[in-house]
Each structure stands twice: as C-alpha cells, then as structure tokens.
Design a binder for this molecule. Structure first.
Ligand code: NAD
Length: 507
C-alpha cells in the first residue's frame, strides 16, 4: 500500500535497498518556489558560464562512474556494461553537445519581412522558468538529468520526479551536480508516486514527461488546468521491416540487439518484425540461434541481459505471451521466467505465428520478446507496420536504398532507421519523438531546447514617420488605395490585368 515512504528494491535479488520519504504537495510547492529563486540568478549567467558547470559535472560523473554503475544496476537490474555504454555515454556526450550548441539554437533570429521592409523583426528565446521533469524507470539517469541538460543550458531550473522504482540514480546525480557548482536548489529531485508528480504539474512552468501513454494523458489533463506547455515522450510498438534483398546477417543482429537491449525495456525497442516470405525462414533461424546464445544473469557478470526492473511489467509480459500462445502463437525460444534466478528475470523470447488480434502485436510489451510475422510483400509489411496506435521509432532493412527512402516516407513513426536500429536516440542533434499516441513534442535538436524557452518576437520601426498608411484616419482615398493595392500585389496574373479598365474596380 502507498504511504509516506517508498521502499526501493533490487529487482535482481528482490532485496530491500533503502526507504525514502515521499514528497508531499507542500514539499513540492516549497521546492518549486526555491527553484524559482535560483533560476532568476542562473538565467543571468552566460552560455559559457553554464557550460563550464556542466563540464565539471561531467568530470565528476566520470570520476564516480563505478558508484553510478553500482546504484544504477542495483535499482534496475541491468548489466553493468549497459550503464557505461548507454547511460553514462549518453550523459557525457549530451553534455558536450548542449554545452557547444545550446546558444546556436536559442540565439536571437533575424526575420526579414517579405513585404514590410521598413520594419526590423527579431525572434528571441528566453528561459521558461522552472521545468518539471517526470520520468520512468528504464533509463534512470538519461531520462532525468539527461533531459535536464538542455533545460539548464537554456537558463531554467529543473525539479525532477523520477520513477518511484528508480529514484536513487537521480538523487546521486543531483548530489554530484551540487558538487560541480550548480547553484543550490537549481536542480532538485522529489521522490514520490503519481500524486507527487501531479502536485509538480500544479506549480512548475512546463512539464517534460516521459512514460506510458495512459499516464501521459493524465499529465496533459492536469496541465490543461493551468495551460502550461507539456511535452510527452510516450510508449511505442516499433516495427521492423525486413525485405527479401536485405543483408540478413546485419538485420538479424540489429533485431536481437534492438529488441532485447535493456531486456526490451526501451521505448524504441523493436517490438514487431515483418519479414518478406522468401527470407522469412532463414531470418527466423538466425534470430533463434542468436537469442539462444545470449547470456542472462546478475549485472556484474558478463551478460547481455539482466533482470527486468518492474514486477508489474514482468506480469504484463507474461500475460501477453500467454494470450498469444492461447491464440496460436508458437514460442521458439524462451517464453518463461528464468528459473535460475529468484529476481525479475524473463528469458529472451522468440515468437512466431503471431497476428494483429494479439496483445503482443497490438500493445506495447516493454520486455524481452521478439514476435516475428511473415508477410507476402513490402506493401503488406508497410500496411501492418502502420496498423498501430503508436508511432515512435521504426526500422527497415533492404539493400535498395531508394526503396528504403520510399518506405521511410510512408511509415507512420517519428523516426525511421534504414539498415539500423535504435541508435537515433543517442544523436542529440536529431529530433526524436512520436506520432499518433507515442507523444507530442521532440527531444534533441533545435526543438529539444526551444521547448524549454518562451519565444518572443520583437519588431522595430526603422523610418520613424509621424504616421503610417494603415493608421487612423481611414479615408475613402486610403480605401481606394488599398483596394488597388490588393489587386496589384495578390491577384493571379496581375501583370495582364493591372491596366485593364474593366478589372480595376469590379474585377
Ligand atoms: P508510467 O507512465 O507508469 O510512469 C512514468 C512516471 O509518471 C513515473 O515517474 C510515475 O510516478 C509518474 N506518474 C504516475 N502516475 C502519474 C500521474 N497520475 N500523473 C503524473 N505522473 C504520474 O511509466 P513507466 O512504467 O515508469 O515507464 C514505462 C513507459 O515509459 C513505457 O510506456 C515506455 O515506452 C515509456 N518511455 C517512453 C520514452 C520515450 O522517449 N518516448 C522513453 C522511455 C520510456
């Protein structure tokens, strides 16, 4: 039952790690008010000054990478190598990227008026204030402090509500951030469940939410009460299309990694595979061989897969697999909890004979499952790939690059990887986000920092005339002038009609 304490458990051993106090609505209000004070000073710092603190933070993360890996693996159960290779790599790279590029994206932009040449127009960006970040448990550093980096570079304060399952990484990250020289209260972490997150929405100036579609809708509803902006990075059911001319070996390797990395608990995991008939069996054989060779176990060992992170998620995976089998799916590998461990280990699983009436194909799974479908041609593959309420990431494998581009244009997803998978997430210059129910807004690229800003347009008169044509008084002469002007400027084929008498008044 929910109370005023959160018990953080290791999903790999099911042992209790620690207990933390839950932030009340009053705690949230106080935290945001303190963040507001800190932000007022932070926004006066130059980009170079902000970047300097971030670089120091990066050095401290590298110095403490062992401790970070201890904390992250303890609360998620993921392999240690993934902490260095994914979470820490992303953090360090993203800091360098935003430190170098933030100013480029949010510096004042001159706009040349196409008609009113007597005006100078500039669009400027200023920080939005206090940003609330609400995060899930699958990447406890990337989706908390990682998301905070562009917000901080833009001059904002951030208050983070990490997942109740994995709050320790963000708490330690903020400890390091303090040591790095960020002003007190500029970055804060509030521990709690949904209630704490809802209270956060009631106080901050903007919400950056990453999580499930269902919670995302609740976040948007609450934010609508105050009309504050929200960005929603939500779930996915990402399709992979393998055409008959694909490099099958590369496609199979990309599929196994793209579907099973972090035990498949990635928003952009490959969750449906459509393979053209002529290569279907070869592809399936390769996938089964590769999946059977994977090692699963405790995070500190040499393994590809650790435990899952959430008990609830594991039950969802079990129920989807059971339903699919009841409806005729066949399991070629895995398909059960790993009996060698007491924690939340689910074996990497390959399934065939799946179809679109099954939850495993319709709904996000967020687990280590590869469901593969045979399709007769690329038309069918594309139709099925687009037959989903989600639209986050996707991939297509073929040697015909021209054809791949055609598919990329038609696929209904925020990103498409051609002969690759998932890797778009770690390119901070490339906008990333969802179509359909996979979300609103983008992280990364220009949009990834401008969303943390207010945009303002400043217009300056250049000539200083005593009055302008459109100002009062409005005379008949002016009306006549405008009437003629409309024809002169906008009427199609004006060159022919301009001087024709019949066209000047009635035309
Ligand atoms: P979740 O939606 O259950 O929880 C996410 C966060 O929302 C948590 O911090 C939770 O405490 C909070 N929350 C719960 N109820 C709330 C409420 N009523 N109002 C506001 N906040 C509330 O998601 P999860 O199970 O932690 O994470 C898995 C989901 O996250 C998956 O659907 C996955 O696809 C998605 N995800 C998306 C991306 C992306 O970039 N698109 C990245 C990672 C994960």
């Amino acid at each position: 039952m929910k109370g005023n304490k959160i018990e953080v458990r290791s999903p790999a051993t099911l042992e209790n790690i620690c207990e933390l106090a839950v932030a009340t609505a009053e705690d949230v209000a106080q935290a945001v008010s303190k963040a507001r004070e800190a932000q007022a000073l932070w926004q006066q710092k130059s980009f170079a000054e902000r970047a300097k603190v971030l670089y120091h933070f990066r050095d401290l993360m590298i110095d403490h990478q062992e401790k970070i890996a201890d904390i992250l693996t303890a609360e998620t159960g993921k392999p240690r190598a993934e902490v260095y290779g994914n979470e820490l790599f992303y953090m360090c790279d993203a800091i360098g990227f935003w430190a170098k590029n933030a100013m480029k994206y949010v510096k004042p932009e001159k706009i040349r008026p196409h008609l009113l040449k007597t005006k100078k127009v500039v669009s400027i960006y200023s920080p939005i204030g206090v940003v609330g970040i609400i995060s899930p448990w699958n990447f406890p550093l990337v989706l908390t402090l990682g998301e905070a980096i562009p917000a901080l570079m833009a001059g904002n304060a951030v208050v983070i509500k990490p997942s109740e399952l994995t709050p320790l990484s963000a708490l330690f990250g903020v400890e390091l951030a303090q040591k790095a020289g960020f002003p007190a209260n500029l970055i804060q972490v509030l521990v709690g469940w949904g209630e704490t997150a809802q209270a956060l929405i009631d106080h901050v100036d903007m919400i950056s939410f990453t999580g499930s579609v269902e919670t995302g809708k609740k976040v948007m509803r609450r934010a609508a009460e105050r009309l504050i902006p929200v960005t929603l990075e939500l779930g996915g059911k990402d399709p992979m299309i393998v055409l008959k001319d694909a490099d099958l070996e590369r496609a199979a390797n990309a599929c196994v990694w793209g579907a099973l990395m972090n035990s498949g608990q990635v928003c952009t995991s490959i969750e449906r595979v459509y393979v053209e008939e002529p290569v279907y069996q070869d592809f399936v054989n390769k996938i089964v061989d590769k999946v059977k060779a994977l090692r699963q176990g405790p995070s500190e060992e040499e393994v590809e897969l650790g435990s899952m992170t959430s008990q609830e998620q594991l039950k969802k995976v079990e129920s989807q697999v059971e339903e699919a089998v009841r409806k005729g799916a066949r399991i070629l590998s895995g398909g059960r909890r790993n009996p060698n461990f007491k924690g939340l280990y689910y074996e990497p699983t390959v399934m065939v004979d799946v179809h679109h009436d099954m939850e495993i194909i319709k709904e996000e799974t967020f687990g280590p499952i590869i469901p593969i479908m045979k399709v007769k041609d690329q038309g069918e593959a594309l139709r099925l790939a687009n037959n989903s309420r989600y639209g986050l990431d996707s991939s297509v494998f073929t040697r015909d690059k021209k054809n791949a581009w055609k598919i990329a244009e038609k696929i209904q997803a925020g990103s498409v990887c051609i002969n690759d998978s998932l890797v778009n997430f770690i390119i901070p210059g490339a906008p990333m986000g969802g179509m359909k129910e996979s979300g609103l807004g983008r992280r990364h690229g220009a949009e990834g920092i401008r969303k943390y800003c207010q945009q303002k347009t400043v217009l300056v008169d250049r000539l200083g005339l005593k009055s302008e044509l459109s100002w009062f008084p409005l005379t008949k002469r002016k009306a006549d002038f405008f009437r003629r002007g409309l024809k002169l400027l906008f009427r199609s084929g004006w060159k022919n009609k301009l001087f024709a008498p019949s066209q000047t008044r009635e035309g």
